[in-house]
Design a protein around this ligand. Sequence first.
Ligand code: PRX
Length: 573
Amino acid sequence: MEVLEPTTGTYQLEDYKKMREKFSWEDTKKAFSWNKTGKVNIAYETIDRHVEEGRGEKTALYYSDASRDEAFTFQAMKEKTNQAAHMFRNLGVQKGDRVFIFMPRSPELYFALLGAVKVGAVVGPLFEAFMQDAVRARLEDSEASVIVTTGDLASRIPHNDLPHLEKILIVGDSELTGKDEKFISYDEKMKAASSDDSAIEWVDLEDGFILHYTSGSTGKPKGVYHVHKAMLQHYQTAEWVLDLREDDIYWCTADPGWVTGTSYGIFGPWLYGATNVVRGGRFSPDDWYSTIDKYNVSVWYSAPTAFRMLMAAPKETLENHDLSSLRHILSVGEPLNPEVVRWGWEVFNLRIHDTWWMTETGAMLICNYPSEPIKPGSMGKPIPGVDAAIIDDNGNELPPNEMGNLAIREGWPSQMRKIWNNEPKFNEYFAIKGWYVSGDTAYQDEDGYFWFQGRNDDVIMTAGERVGPFEIESKLVEHPAIAEAGVIGKPDEIRGHIIKAFVALRDGYEETDELKAEIQKFIKSELAAHAVPREIDFKDKLPKTRSGKIMRRVLKAWELDEPTGDLSTMDDN
Ligand code: PRX
């Protein structure tokens, strides 16, 4: 068995075993100022606490994209987020109201998001690539009253169909502001807002602060609701797993539209007081290496797809940059292939540390640590304070090396507290008493390392993003040519999986490449670019159960040229 031993050095988590034995989440509470008052606000702890503790002049944020290059200290972040908080207060936002953020990465995104959390709102970050239907589904379900966006993206918000949506704040110049009283200039409201800290709402640990929509294999996207208490775990994993130190420059490449981009693009690193790099714009190997080089990034958190794309880039791209500032690399979102770990070892002389968690878990749960050996291909071991196990469908724990449901003992701090408006869905995760059942299958080896085997539902992980087949299928059948559609993930070397659709056409439509392209364009313009099926196969009819459900398992077997298994529920008419 291949094992990468830790390099000698000092680490934030020196002794994993000992910490597991002695640690209690009560210990972490002591790091925060609310320990004395009992009231809390995660945004205050993330930013303002550092100013109170004398770190106001430290750089909190380096932001750059093709046209901007800016830096903000913790003091500046405190003022900007206070201003945003006052802006929301002045607009009538109350504790518990849903405030959505729908814009590309920019400093304003971070001000608005933290400002909304400061006033006790529940913030809903939306990925900038979402098109109208994806935006509508999320705003409708959450009954959001305010959204912050840009002039370019505002047209994708179907505000006339959303009775709860009262205000649309537009960042930057736009013709929309002034035309309709719903559209308001963010810049003007920010300018007029005070930067004192009187707008902060002190809340309880169990009050909500964020709603991340994510996909399952059935039904609409689910609103995963997290509470302020999650900060304990954001903070503690920033210490143990990100291994952050006083002088680190940290870069998480994920967009805040996804949970990694908030838990570890905002909260974890800033709760720990690190300097955070945010790079706007699209991925390119040259741009990414330049970012590491330019800011002297020392701790870097990314995803297997990105690493695989970097691996595939010409060697010169790597050689043109000085990446010697890197000290610690981490990965999340999909299985981290051993060959990627080997590549990392070869080119950076560093181990890539895989971490496992989910939108629902709010923060890291199973990880590799700088002070522990790594078995390439394994997700690692549970963090201190958390118990994980492999269980069968009746909740019995399975012995080492047996595959089963990856489950977590209920009660970790950053655990989701509800699925918005959908209690039955929430309860499904906890159907086995005492456990959260993840939906992943895995096994644990005799040394306690967990090994990911797959999803046991039809959720597709493509390029590190989680896509629900149902949402795409529903959209596909809205296309006039399509009678039926089934969507699966097809294994792909770079992206992990790509989205593949099987469609049956309505009478009178021809199976042409033009039609395929038109269908792809339709999904891209109505849902999102990352939801587009890269491959489409035409079929006369699709395999269905007698109750009319498309059998994705049969589609997968067709695709992989595997046996189709038990077809007893299939409707063969
Ligand atoms: O299947 C697992 C996969 O991503 C799913 C969660 O997706 P999402 O909620 O979008 O969160 C992604 C990032 C927090 C999991 O059920 N996944 C996540 N991390 C890993 C992984 N699969 C294998 N290895 C991982 N390290």
